[in-house]
Structures are given as structure tokens and as C-alpha cells.
Design a protein around this ligand. Sequence first.
Ligand SMILES: Cc1ncc(C[n+]2csc(CCOP(=O)(O)OP(=O)(O)O)c2C)c(N)n1
Length: 658
Amino acid sequence: MKYENKGISEEMQLKLFRKMLKPRMVEEKMLILLRQGKISKWFSGIGQEAISVGVTAALETDEYILPMHRNLGVFTGRDIPLHRLFSQWQGKANGFTNGRDRSFHFGTQEYRIVGMISHLGPQLGVADGIALASVLKNEKKVTAVFTGEGGTSEGDFHEALNIAAVWELPVLFCVENNGYGLSTPTNEQYRCKHLVDKGVGYGMEAHLVDGNNVLEVYALIKKLAESLRERPRPVLLEFKTFRMRGHEEASGTKYVPQELMDAWAAKDPLRNYELFLTESGILTADKIAALKAEITTEIDDNLRLAFDEPEVEVNESKELNDLFKPFVYKQITHSNEIANIRLVDAISEGLKQAMEKHDNLVIMGQDVADYGGVFKITDGFMEAFGANRVRNTPICESAVVAASMGLSINGMKAVMEMQFADFASTGFNPIVNYLAKSHYRWGENADVVIRMPCGGDVGAGPFHSQTNEAWFTKTPGLKIAYPAFPHDAKGLLATAIEDPNPVLFFEHKALYRSVYQDVAVDYYTLEFGKAALLKEGNDISVVSYGAGVHWALETLNAHPDIKADLIDLRTLMPLDIEAVYASVRKTGKLIILQEDSLFGGIASDISALVMENCFERLDAPVTRVASLETPIPFAKNLEDNYLPKARFETTLLDLLAY
Ligand SMILES: Cc1ncc(C[n+]2csc(CCOP(=O)(O)OP(=O)(O)O)c2C)c(N)n1
């Protein structure tokens, strides 16, 4: 291998050697411990150290790096005390996740490292969000994100690179091409000659780099980082290297031809660099021995600390409490000035006032800028707040959700408009796996609200009419609001934005322009987890949310003889189940009306909870009314038949007669 010092000082050349030696020696120790059954899985980065080490050393310590499972050199390069890494890998409290996640699946703000989730691709979009925040804050910082060549086949890679290019974000996309994705060789992964050729397609500067040559990696990244800080733009880097061990230790390397192993063994980044430094007179055998002794002592001392640490304690209330970042609701009341406005106006007004209140709040979504969004909620926002804070996105829900997370990591707030709630399916992974799980996993909140225009009775067919809250109520770590009235919508949206946790905010399209209410003109908040009692009566309890509330009202208004409690849940997570219990204990009968199809919806859980907690007080089976178990159809008569509106009346009367 050929090394050129590229003007790098001897001191730095030595530093880079030490920085590569350390992860190599840590790994060698881990492999021994693995064989002794003292640690669980291990993903080896042996032979790839020059990339992690070169990139990390070239960046400032306050610039974010988003590493993968083979980037131990990023973690050691930022001088994380080894015992904390060892505790992390042993699932102990001194690690970074309180034993809640394994291996490299963690981040740490202290070291400006944001670890991967298993799904590989989402962190590429997170890097976009972090870089966007740096640009908006005028910080002149670069963000580096890693992926293997296998991960480049995911849609997330395309989405993240495309956004970074369109928005000129200072992101270094570092592809470590190590020949295999698990057992899949590159010729079964992609068909272009080099992955770096894709840079042209994204309109992005791109470089092919010898990933086993630490001086080349360091010099190039240093030069690029300096340039990107001054002139923000993304760069695609393909580092050619090789995975010298199995995908993870247990899986072996049988499928890798021996010649390939031998050829790459000859290119070992550490041995070759050691040879170069020795031949240049920068390193001596004595110095190498001293360095190894020093690192061995560091490893042994730190391992002792980790092994001496007790197993993580089980504390159920701590487990539950750590799901969300603590948020103390602050009630903000309004003056008496009111206006009679529609749901759509209330949401728009609430959002606008939140933009005025939080100058770190950014709105992102398709067509939300000049065009004002397809429902015109953000009409005029771009003029009021500028194109930096009201951002049109390309059509890429997954990367925009991920970028929202990145904004939050880097100190901002994000509201994403999902053009239609139906399209959350293409952003599903980062919602349920990234936003929902980050605080529980490593204490990082997701200060993100996703607005979800949803619902049927609009003649829009299976892909523009779904009310898909049940996809998310199942997932711990998400808060969910589903207002039915303008006053609630405005106040709950303000609270959703104040809350530093991820909130899905459902807005029923059929109610946007049909429901009017007197709404306070000022900014105000409403507390989550508080149902509203819209009607009071002793005959029966009716529980619903969203459009269902209006259908129930219509039915009850048509039957003034029925004396019912009508409960509008307003938020589904947290769920005000106590309000439901209190009502059922009074009436003895409960009917739950849900717009979505029946199976697996929140009505089922409410029913189960009431059976479990109010059984003795029930005079009839809890009854659920919901849509048919089919997709929602287009034609008016089919849609009317699908929706539970008509069935509600007959079921209500049957239950009253029980
Ligand atoms: C979405 C998803 N699909 C599949 C996997 C299983 N898996 C984990 S790592 C991996 C290979 C990744 O290959 P590459 O991106 O080249 O990185 P490398 O492991 O080679 O460093 C696979 C298939 C996963 N974690 N996530």
C-alpha cells in the first residue's frame, strides 16, 4: 500500500496510529470474551478502522457523527471511557441505555454521537435534520453519517441524499463498501460500477476513497469538512474496504472466497500503516510496545470496572416513566376575544401562533410553502416566517420524519405535515422505531409533531380516507391527539408543540370546513389526557372521538328521549379512561363508536379495560360500533355502507333495550 503524508504532521500521524490501534485491540479482547461467553453479539470492524478513525479525527469534537455497527473507532475516537462501552455491551446501567438496547444502538449528546437503529437507513435522514439545524442556526458545522453498501439499497438512502442535495445540507455521506451485506456480495446488491457514481444522479459531489489508507481518509475529510463549513453542501464518499470477519461473530465467512480474504489481509489498514510509520522513522518497535502496553492496561482496568458493576436493576415504574421526556403541562389561558371559525382555521391559527412563540420551530411537508399545503393550513406562512422555517419537501415521508428527529436532536422543534395520514405508511419505520423509542432507549426526546389529515366520508377511496390511528396507538412512546372541534384542535395543537415528545395529531378532513365554533383569538393550551363530557345522562355512556363524536351527537339530538353521557376522548394517548369508568359506573351501559374498521382499534382496548375494571357495574355487554373489515371504498353508497354512522343508531337502540 502507498502512503503519502499529505502535509499531515508527524504528531497527527502518530495519533492516527494510536487511534486505530485502540479499537483493534478492544475488538481482539472482545473476540476472546465472546468465545468465553462473557458478551453477546459482536459486529467486527477489523480491517475497516481507517475509515471510522480518519473521519472522526478530521471533524471537530462538537460535530455530530452517526455511526453504524462496525464503527467502534468513532466511539473510541471521541474518547468515550471504555468501561462505559463495556457496560453498554453487557446491558448494564453505566452504559448508555440502562440495559434497554444492545451493542452500538445508542447515542450520546455528550460525545455528539447518534447511534444507529437496526433498520440501518433511517439515520441517513436524521443526519439531514441535524445538518439542517446547524445551517438554520448558522453554526458552520458538518455532520457525518455512515452506512454500509448494503444499506444503500434502502429507500432511506435515496430519500436522504436527495433531500440533502435539494436543501444543500452539509452532510458527509460515508458509504463503507466492505464487499458483503451479511452474505450478499456487491454484485447482488447493486448494478452500477461504483456506488459513488450515484452522486451524479443526486447532483452531488462524490469521491471514491481507499478506505484502508488512514492518511487518505483523514486528509480528504479534513479538506471537505473545511469547505462544507463555509459552503454547505452534501458529499457522497465511497470507502473501499473489506469485512475481514463474519457479519457477526457467530455467522462465519464460509461464503467468502479465500483469495479475496488473502488479498484484503495484505491490505490491513493497521499493519500497513505501522510499517509505513516505522519505515518513515516516526514509529519504533519500542514505541509500539509501549502503546500496546498502555492500551492493554486501559482495556483491562475498564473491563474490571464493567464486570464489577452489578446487573441492571429492574424498576418497573422507572421503565414506564422513561418512555417520555418529563413534560409539565402549563395551562395558558386566553382573553375573552373570540371568533367563529372552522376547524381548518383553528388549526392554522394555532400553528401560526406556535410559530410566533417558538422561534426554533420548523414546519416541513409537501407543498406547505408557497402553495400553503393541500388543505391551505399553512397559507401565508412562508411570507410570515420565511422559506427556512416553512419548508417544502420532496416526496419522501421516511426521510422527512427522520429529519424531524434530527432537528430535535440538534435543538429545534419540528412539525411535519403528512399530506394525507394514509401516507404515513411510507414514513412508518422512523415513526414507530425512531421517534417512539429514542427516549426510552437512550434518553433522547423527539420534539416532533406529525399532523395527520385523515378520515372518510369524503368520497376519496382507500388511499385518501383512512383513519389510521390504530397503527400508532399500539406503539408505546407516541402521544396521539384526535380533536373533534375547533377549540380543542387549537389548544391541543399548541400543547402538542410545547411537549418535547413525539405527537401524532389527527385532523379529520370531513370536519375541516364543516364544523364551526367560537374559538379564542389568542394563543392557549389544553391538557392531553382529558376527555370532554359533551352531554350528560343516566341511560347510557357513548364514547367516541373525531368524526364519530359528530355522528353520535347527530343521533342523540335526533332522539331527545335518550339520556346519554357523550364522551369525546380528544386524545387517545394519553387516554382518559377514568372519565369512561366514571360514566359507566353511573350508567351501566357503554357503546363505543370508532370510525376505523373494528379489529384492533382503540374501541377494543377501551372495551377490555371497562370489562376488567367495571364488570360489576355493567348492565349489558360493552358494545363497539365501527367500520367494516375492508378497505374504505370510493363510491358514495359503498362508503356510507362501510362507515358505522348508520349502524350506530340501531346498535344504540338495541343496547338501550337490552
Ligand atoms: C431493514 C433491515 N433489513 C435487514 C436487516 C438485517 N441486516 C442487518 S445488517 C445487514 C447487512 C448490512 O450490510 P451493509 O449495509 O453492507 O453493512 P455491513 O454489515 O456490511 O457493515 C442486514 C441484512 C436489518 N437490520 N434491517
